[in-house]
Design a protein around this ligand. Sequence first.
Ligand code: 26A
Length: 347
Amino acid sequence: MAATKEFALLCLENPLLDIQAQGNDALLEKYGLKPNDAILAEEKHLGIYEDLLNNFSAKLIAGGGAQNTARGAQYMLPPNSVAYLGGVGDDKYSAILHDAVKQAGLRVEYRVDPKHPTGRCGVIITGHNRSLCTDLGAANHYDLDHLKSPEVWKLVENASFYFVGGYHLTVCPPAAMALAEEAAKNNKVFVFSLSAPFIPQFFKDPLDAMAPYWDYVVGNETEALSYAESHGLETKDIKEIAKHLAGLPKANSKRERVAIITQGTLPTVVAVGSEVTEYEVHAIDKSLINDTTGAGDAFAAGFTAGLVAGAPLAKCVDQGQWLAKLSIQELGPSFPFPKQTYQPSSQ
Ligand code: 26A
């Protein structure tokens, strides 16, 4: 692996503690949740966290989409490669997050807000589906002042790769935008994830403002379809949508945009300009799947770790698929210890 400089990758989004349990249809119905979705909690959802803890033996697991990606990228890269930014409270939950990221060797610079609790994500597992219901808490108070504070901005200037989770568009688009502009200005690499179908649907304006800055845009098939629908593309063809994303106007013309759409066990679709390639996923025996929470985050992690290490595109995709396959065999968005070493697919 090519030598990488320290903290070459900087990630930004919402640190959350996942409160995860095996649920059932009655629980989903009680809170009006779909089996496979990600939403922001409304008033009527707020009882779910206690419900999960008291009645469903929920486990507390470090989460937050891009924080999972940051941990996963650090899993594959040399020590001190990845730093992560986001907002937490000053409470038991943030202490659990601190422990988890420390174990993963991830450097975090949290904006600590003592007035708000650390964000929580209720994760209800039913079969191979997972329903995510997030109460952002302190994560919602991340701000540009934190990003621009001298110590944090030093990390920004030092990094050569930025990863922003689309979920952050619900929180602080100016911070995401500051990283995007910094990348374009200095020809650094800007990776963006679509995160969830509700982002293209309800956060279309900040999403469209960021689009010119995407060097790599990553999403899954439901996010791609949501993008197509909210942007009036008259197609449900994932390859066409990927091509459209790759072909959107671009701020930094020195890099050609790449759009990557995962589709569960179906091939990963990658568009570069008008050229589309499909990559078969790594085969996995269904009985080995524990839960798929964070599979997309893990894919983005392996992929981005490949970029940071200077790997060719096909290898970045393969690394993403490899890490996603490891993660779905664990409980929640986690990675196995002792650490496994990347094995290229045998196809
Ligand atoms: C703003 N929202 C809704 C969110 C999230 C989120 N991470 C950041 N912002 N909603 C769910 N997640 C995280 O997604 C991971 C699975 O991909 C969960 O914390 C979970 O770990």
